[in-house]
Design a protein around this ligand. Sequence first.
Ligand SMILES: [Zn+2]
Length: 227
Amino acid sequence: MASPEIVQCLTRSAMRRGDLFAEAGDAIDRVVFPTSGMISIVARLEDGDAVEAAMVGPAGALGSAAIFGPALHVNTAFCQIPGKVCSLPIALFQRAADANPRLRDLALAQEQYILAQAQQAAACNARHQLSARMATWLLRAADEIDTDGLQLTQEYLATMLGVQRTSLCMAAGQFQEQNLINVRRGRINLLDRPALESQACECYRNLRLQYRRLTPQRDVEVRVAVG
Ligand SMILES: [Zn+2]
């Protein structure tokens, strides 16, 4: 169980879309656990655009690499889907890992899963069609936050996928005509998961497999470890 000291030092706060958690090069000074909503880790480009490399939802953590020693954020991280987070100073997270070695294993698994997402995103962006990438992204995001209703604009989704908004709107329009999704102001609802899965690229299946391999029981154990 979590020590009273750790529970006392957990900072709980709301996160709104666009809230910045880290910029590339920042020292990691805290671990952030979303309890709802989602954080995106993105590669920022010189023209101001940012393409998503990984998602961190309620089963994950941002900054867990620092459990192994001083570390830096290698990319930008911000709130993609509004929700709530708990934050813990890195020194306390390290102390918790000393008392519970399983937490260290989970932190390693979390970092490996972020790396797996980034590597899959590189292949996906280079080789797969926009409609398949969009289906994959929507399914992954819905899995991360455990809901079929995503509080998300098409503009944000286009940015995350690294495409023009007009291209994204066309692809989303086709999905709406097929009754796969419903797009309303600031919200995308998944209406037919099996059909969306049939449209998704292999990246969705690959990442689900990686998740199961790397993080068995992760969400449950992290919650127990940090309270
Ligand atoms: Zn793909």
